[in-house]
Design a protein around this ligand. Structure first.
Ligand SMILES: C[S@@+](CC[C@H](N)C(=O)[O-])C[C@H]1O[C@@H](n2cnc3c(N)ncnc32)[C@H](O)[C@@H]1O
Length: 249
């Protein structure tokens, strides 16, 4: 079973997140497990200090080598032989995307470090961390929200976690395209009607419409994801229809 430990100074933050939604259900159903590891348990002074001033001066504190190293070693011992990757959440890491998530799901589990303050002593990253992962080009105050993003995205890809695995396959990015728009009752709201094709029960037509929306949306919103040259003749024609509809609106 996929197991992750999150090393953090705010274990309660991670623990409360683990109770909810798809991730929480997956954990309760025994399809994956996640533990929050309190970094302060590995700080042995009276104040349980996990940070110190930066060499060279400047504002902000830096997370110390020793507590993080001891935490990682203890977690590795707990799951001896599992060969789990040590991940550090960092705005300087490889940016998380669906392909990266799918790679991580195939791994033997993760030990995730959530940084705080100015970050982590570089020597710990050099000697203990296998990969640094960023959730985007912006800076958060701590790695916990980033770890939660990673865990949620990973959990969705573990077989059985989503009630209907087909719905994950249709999600944006799963096959390189954005998802189509979705509608629910009532049929008319704020003067806007649900597209007629979704009401007629013709599943072939509905599938075609959805594919057309996926291709069109991706081409308009994320042209970097789509190369019209590589599309099948059928997809090309659906995309052309979409773009013609758009121009004629
Ligand atoms: C205030 S940030 C430190 C930023 C660091 N001084 C820098 O500019 O690279 C504190 C912690 O938040 C987490 N963090 C911040 N932004 C992140 C992002 N975009 N992706 C993943 N983790 C992030 C990291 O764990 C980081 O150690």
């Amino acid at each position: 079973m996929f197991h992750a430990d999150v090393v953090t100074i705010f274990p309660e933050m991670i623990e409360s997140f683990l109770e909810y939604g798809v991730l929480g259900r997956g954990i309760r159903n025994g399809l994956l497990s996640v533990d929050a590891c309190d970094l302060r348990e590995f700080a042995y002074d009276r104040h349980r200090t996990v940070d110190d001033r930066a060499y060279g001066g400047g504002p902000g504190m830096v997370m110390k080598y020793q507590p993080l190293c001891d935490a990682i070693n203890a977690l590795k011992l707990k799951e001896a032989g599992s060969d789990r990757k040590v991940i550090c959440m960092s705005p300087q890491g490889r940016q998380l995307d669906q392909q990266y998530v799918n790679e991580l799901v195939e791994s033997n589990g993760l030990i995730i470090l959530a940084g705080r303050y100015e970050g982590i002593d570089e020597r710990l990253i050099e000697s203990e961390v296998d990969e640094e992962i960023s959730i985007g080009d912006y800076v958060l105050s701590g790695g916990e929200p980033a770890a939660m993003v990673l865990l949620d995205a990973v959990a969705r890809q573990i077989p059985g976690v989503l009630g209907d695995m087909e719905s994950a396959k249709q999600d944006s990015y799963m096959d390189g395209l954005l998802d189509c728009p979705h509608y629910t009752r009532p049929e008319t709201v704020a003067g806007k009607r649900v597209p007629q094709v979704l009401l007629n029960g013709n599943h072939k037509e509905i599938e075609k419409w959805r594919r057309k929306q996926m291709l069109g949306r991706t081409s308009v919103r994320r042209p970097d994801l789509i190369n019209a040259e590589n599309l099948s003749a059928e997809d090309k024609s659906l995309l052309n229809d979409y773009l013609e509809d758009l121009a004629g609106r």
